[in-house]
Design a protein around this ligand. Structure first.
Ligand SMILES: *C1O[C@H](CO)[C@@H](O)[C@H](O)[C@H]1NC(C)=O
Ligand SMILES: *[C@@H]1O[C@H](CO)[C@@H](O)[C@H](O)[C@H]1NC(C)=O
Ligand SMILES: *[C@@H]1O[C@H](CO)[C@@H](O)[C@H](O)[C@H]1NC(C)=O
Ligand SMILES: *[C@@H]1O[C@H](CO)[C@@H](O)[C@H](O)[C@H]1NC(C)=O
Ligand SMILES: *[C@@H]1O[C@H](CO)[C@@H](O)[C@H](O)[C@H]1NC(C)=O
Ligand SMILES: *[C@@H]1O[C@H](CO)[C@@H](O)[C@H](O)[C@H]1NC(C)=O
Ligand SMILES: *[C@@H]1O[C@H](CO)[C@@H](O)[C@H](O)[C@H]1NC(C)=O
Ligand SMILES: *[C@@H]1O[C@H](CO)[C@@H](O)[C@H](O)[C@H]1NC(C)=O
Length: 866
């Protein structure tokens, strides 16, 4: 979200940017400026909100897009629409068939605690149930002059927040999707109550207007003055209400949206009549979300011409036009302002058949995918697009991948898949879902999510975007909390985790019912059109596996008819070596990135697939020769991150190489060797049982009883005593050791025993180690400095002084650690990478919480090392 809240409420300062004002007077050149209208406390334009100048001449692309028109007297929505729309030519109208998503009512995720999808859904369900309808609607009731109940929420939903109400809209969307996915009655009751309250708020204001702030916010918007994205918020509210109608069948949802649209269409009409249509488009340089998208969806339901015209009025010309001419310059644009407009443009193609909008979406995706994405498949730094193929500059800055932009980009590739059935879009969806969404909740904590996903060396989700991100002060970083954050990315976060069942199954109409299975997510699908039930299972994957195994059991419900099922063969595997069997019989496979298609009368069938899965590296998108060695490591679709003692200074600038700290990202790759030569699997099954954490109570039994753990110091690698850390924190990594000796380190009940036990720091597999009793010096042990140490006190190797009995008691105390369950376990997808200065433990980026990590490595080979 582009702008922070103003601390003291709304300021009625009208900001007219000189360059734009001049263009408006001029008229002719008004529209080639796509700018991000970012404001800050001193009324200025923020430095990253510079006008975005497109190379293409406005005159050229304006023939493709909404033409300039402004009916001043007789206002007729149809006439306006006609004057906006292209007349013939330029791509034509297409009647196309698209795959339709399976209804969420028919898809159930497997209740399997080991499945990250099930976990993600359940954690989010818990959060949705925690949220209180009275608090979610507090500011709406206040605005509608109805009695408020309870306390308002904080963060971006607080009563003086200019974005207030946006999260309530997201909540309605999320709850509708979650309800369809689970049919949880308690949730239905809550979400219905929110709709009822909004319904009474709208009734009480009695003009169609519905928001949690006054109409004057829209006056400011119309005057090009400072107002924080009012149409953005209205889009969220309308979309939430519409989802309540379409997914949960609540007629009030539709009724409210239609009346709201009446209000807003009058407003837009007035603006155009009073000024010009250019003025409307100039105002749209503010973030307007997917207002076009929700209007197209409304039109699909109502077929009301006014709704279609309203939709097209919000197809932002200065963004879509140049893309229509294949101008690939999106650098400088605010990502999450524009991706939702693109999603709306996709809806236009689907509803109106306007081929140009298909080309725009396809071209746009290619530009982003080829020049602006990280190895997650996601995009943006400081919320913007920067120079193409210069992503090394972006990872110097920690505020990468605004997660709400990830949510929207997934919609784009999902639609492109539905149109084309091309596996590459399903591959993108898989990669971005796993690496850019699934790790955005902090473990199983409801309502703890991130805003940015950092991609640089030595970063952490726990301090993403923190000072200074280059965005206005107080820009959100790290994890938020359940009742006082409510960032934009919280809104999209609760939606993402409510619709994990959404893009697994797609349906095709035709002579035979058709099914596309594009994601491997343990689930059951009620395939009504074919009278079948499809149960998908995936064998839990571990780093030592050579295959990823999926099976699909298809059973008839008694009235089955022949049907066609298509299963994605992911691009990360190779068809050579892949095995597919139907009821035990081998099937031939097409190439990776394609689909395995089977048509038959299904009854009681099992389709089993084994996909070879391997490690590979992928260069960062940066075309400068000197950065050719910057690579990410992937295992199938899983992006691996190396645990790093980083905690680097977060830089707001890419001027220096300050963000690229030496020592935290170099790995040593033998020249011409495959990645398997320097990255090897860590067998979590055998190693997890060897992990320990060693604790002492300060001062022994007579001390204050506070628990301390033996830890590797982040600063200098020394062994120290630290306060026992909270679960998921970075400190857990440093307080976990693998304990082993030549033989018999553990007795039958899993306790350390024997002399000469060696400790290996959890995150340095096969590298540094310390001996509890150093074999070379019998009688010498690791000891805490004294028994009344302070946090950070260094442990040492001390030798027992057998001559002094008193000393021996103190010595025993200092050398006695209690073996506790390890604070950290190896993830099933753990690998060890050989570094030049240290080894790295690689784990899926998705699985990390507060740990510090490195996603891209500087892969130094013999030849490039010197
Ligand atoms: C180059 O790589 C080979 C193979 O791993 C290794 O034996 C050798 O020591 C390396 N040489 C240098 C100079 O790093
Ligand atoms: C606000 O904008 C002005 C003018 O561009 C600039 O000088 C100032 O540094 C900005 N303030 C902040 C807090 O970004
Ligand atoms: C959030 O919840 C906590 C615990 O219930 C409470 O102490 C705190 O006041 C709440 N904050 C807000 C802003 O509602
Ligand atoms: C990096 O710096 C250059 C030159 O100042 C600038 O053009 C570019 O946009 C910057 N990139 C990022 C990601 O900030
Ligand atoms: C995205 O780019 C990668 C190369 O970086 C390519 O392999 C993949 O096919 C592209 N995806 C799409 C959907 O075009
Ligand atoms: C698989 O391919 C082989 C060689 O092209 C062909 O002979 C065989 O009939 C095919 N099997 C099936 C089940 O299509
Ligand atoms: C389905 O097939 C399996 C294996 O061929 C068989 O064991 C089972 O009894 C069959 N079930 C039904 C309902 O036909
Ligand atoms: C990382 O650095 C910040 C700023 O110096 C500090 O506040 C924070 O405690 C550090 N975190 C860790 C885990 O070292």
């Amino acid at each position: 979200m582009a702008r922070r809240m103003r601390a003291g409420g709304m300021a009625l300062v009208v900001v007219v940017v000189a360059a734009v004002a001049a263009c408006l007077l001029d008229g002719a050149a008004a529209l080639h400026l796509c700018t991000d209208r970012l404001f800050n406390d001193t009324q200025g334009r923020h430095s990253d909100g510079l006008p975005h100048l497109n190379k293409a001449e406005e005159a050229t692309w304006m023939t493709l897009l909404p033409r300039r028109a402004g009916p001043r007297s007789e206002f007729d929505w149809l006439a306006l629409y006609r004057s906006l729309s292209r007349r013939g030519g330029g791509g034509g109208v297409e009647q196309a068939e698209f795959l339709s998503p399976a209804s969420l009512h028919d898809v159930r995720l497997d209740a399997d605690g080991a499945s990250m999808y099930w976990q993600g859904q359940q954690t989010n369900l818990e959060y949705l149930l925690y949220l209180d309808p009275d608090r979610l609607t507090w500011t709406f009731r206040k605005q509608a002059k109805l009695p408020t109940v309870g306390e308002p929420y904080g963060g971006w939903e607080s009563p003086d927040g200019q974005l207030r109400g946006h999260f309530t809209g997201h909540y309605l969307s999320a709850a509708a999707h979650m309800w369809a996915s689970t049919h949880n009655d308690a949730l239905k009751e809550k979400m219905t109550k929110v709709v009822d309250i909004l319904y009474s708020c709208q009734k009480n204001m009695n003009s169609g207007y519905l928001a949690a702030y006054p109409e004057s916010m829209f006056d400011l918007y119309d005057q090009l003055a400072e107002a924080w994205s009012p149409y953005y918020t209205i889009h969220k509210i309308m979309q939430g209400l519409l989802d309540q109608y379409t997914l949960a069948g609540n007629p009030k949802g539709l009724e409210i949206v239609v009346w709201m649209t009446d209000y807003f269409s009058v407003r837009v009409k007035k603006l155009i009549q009073e000024y010009s249509i250019q003025r409307h488009w100039e105002a749209m340089n503010e973030e307007t979300g997917g207002f076009n998208d929700v209007m197209y969806q409304l039109y699909a339901i109502t077929k009301d011409q006014k709704h279609l015209t309203m939709a097209h009025l919000f197809d932002k010309p200065c963004f879509l036009g140049p893309l229509g001419l294949h101008d690939d310059d999106i650098s400088g644009l605010h990502v999450n302002t524009h991706v939702p407009v693109l999603v709306g443009a996709q809806k236009r193609y689907e509803l109106v058949g306007d081929q140009l909008y298909k080309e725009i979406a396809t071209f746009f995706f290619d530009v982003v995918n080829s020049s602006h994405t990280f190895a997650t498949g996601g995009t943006s730094t400081m919320e913007h697009w920067h120079d193409p193929k210069r992503l090394v500059d972006e990872i110097k800055i920690s505020s990468n991948e605004e997660t709400c932009a990830t949510y929207n980009l997934l919609k784009v590739s999902r639609n492109l898949f539905r149109w084309t059935k091309e596996g590459k879009y399903a591959d993108h969806y898989e990669r971005l879902l796993i690496n850019g969404i699934m790790g955005n909740q902090r473990g199983k904590e409801p309502g703890v999510m991130i805003y940015f996903l950092p991609m640089g060396p030595g970063r952490s989700k726990s301090i993403s975007g923190m000072p200074t991100s280059g965005l206005p002060p107080n820009n959100p970083g790290g994890w938020g909390n359940p009742n006082a954050t409510f960032w934009c990315c919280y809104g999209t976060g609760i939606e993402s985790f409510s619709k994990l069942g959404d893009s697994i199954y797609f349906l095709e109409e035709g002579d035979l019912p058709g099914l596309y299975i594009i994601q491997y997510i343990p689930s059951t699908f009620d395939w009504k059109a074919a009278g079948l039930t499809v149960k998908q299972q995936a064998k839990p994957l571990s780093s030592t596996d050579s295959y990823f195994e999926v099976s699909l059991s298809v059973s008839s419900k008694g009235d089955a008819r022949p049907a066609n099922a298509n299963v994605r063969i992911p691009s990360w595997t190779s068809a050579d070596g892949a095995i597919a069997t139907l009821n035990g019989q081998r099937l031939n496979l097409t190439s990776a990135g394609d689909f395995l298609s089977v048509t038959k009368l299904w009854g009681n069938d099992t389709l089993s697939l084994q996909f070879p899965i391997t490690l590979r590296t992928e260069p960062i998108k940066d075309d400068r020769e000197e950065y050719a060695s910057i690579q990410a490591v992937l295992f199938g679709p899983h992006l691996l991150a190396g645990l790093t003692h980083g905690n680097q200074t977060v830089s707001s600038s890419n001027d220096s190489n300050a963000g690229l700290t030496p020592g935290v990202w170099e790995v040593d790759a033998p020249a011409d060797a495959s990645v398997a030569a320097w990255v090897t699997p860590v067998s979590h099954r055998s190693l997890n049982s060897q992990l320990v954490s060693l604790t002492q109570q300060r001062g022994g039994s007579s001390g204050d009883g506070k628990a301390f753990v033996l830890s590797v110091s982040i600063a200098d690698g020394a062994l120290t005593m630290q306060e026992a850390p909270a679960s998921g924190s970075d400190a857990c990594v440093h307080a976990t050791f693998r304990a082993y000796s030549g033989a018999g380190a553990f007795d039958g009940s899993g306790r350390l025993q024997g002399r000469g036990v060696t400790l290996e720091p959890f995150d340095r597999p096969g590298m540094a180690s310390v001996s509890l009793e150093r074999a070379a010096r019998p009688g010498c042990f690791v000891t805490a400095p004294t028994t009344s140490y302070l946090p950070g006190a260094k442990a040492q190797v001390s030798c027992r002084n057998t001559a002094a009995a008193d000393d021996d008691t103190a010595f025993r105390l200092a050398a006695s650690f209690t073996q506790a369950p390890s604070l950290r376990q190896y993830h099933p997808l753990s690998f060890a990478a050989k570094g030049t200065e240290r080894n790295f433990l690689l784990e899926p980026l998705q699985s990390l919480q507060d740990e510090f990590y490195t996603v891209y490595f500087n892969v130094i080979t013999n030849s490039s090392a010197v």
